[in-house]
Design a protein around this ligand. Structure first.
Ligand code: 9UX
Length: 72
């Protein structure tokens, strides 16, 4: 099933940062759509819950050098 989560992203200072996070999210197998808001410090991710879970998503953001916590 397709699920949607929202995450608080820490450490983004410019649009290149938010683009990096967006790209990192979009590269994850199982992610269908990812949008990152720089000033909101938020990401909204649509993903296939039979392929990945939110821990995978958080790990990928951390691997890209940013902080992430689940909002919803
Ligand atoms: Mo912008 Mo982000 O110059 O690490 S790419 S601050």
């Amino acid at each position: 099933d397709i699920a949607v989560c929202r995450l608080r992203i820490k450490g983004m200072a410019c649009t290149s940062c938010s683009e990096s996070v967006e790209r990192a999210l979009q590269m994850i197998n199982g992610v269908k759509k990812a949008v990152v808001g720089l000033t909101l410090e938020e990401a909204k991710v649509h993903f296939d819950s039979s392929v990945i879970d939110t821990d995978h998503i958080i790990e990928a953001i951390e691997d890209a050098g940013f902080g992430a916590t689940l909002i919803s």
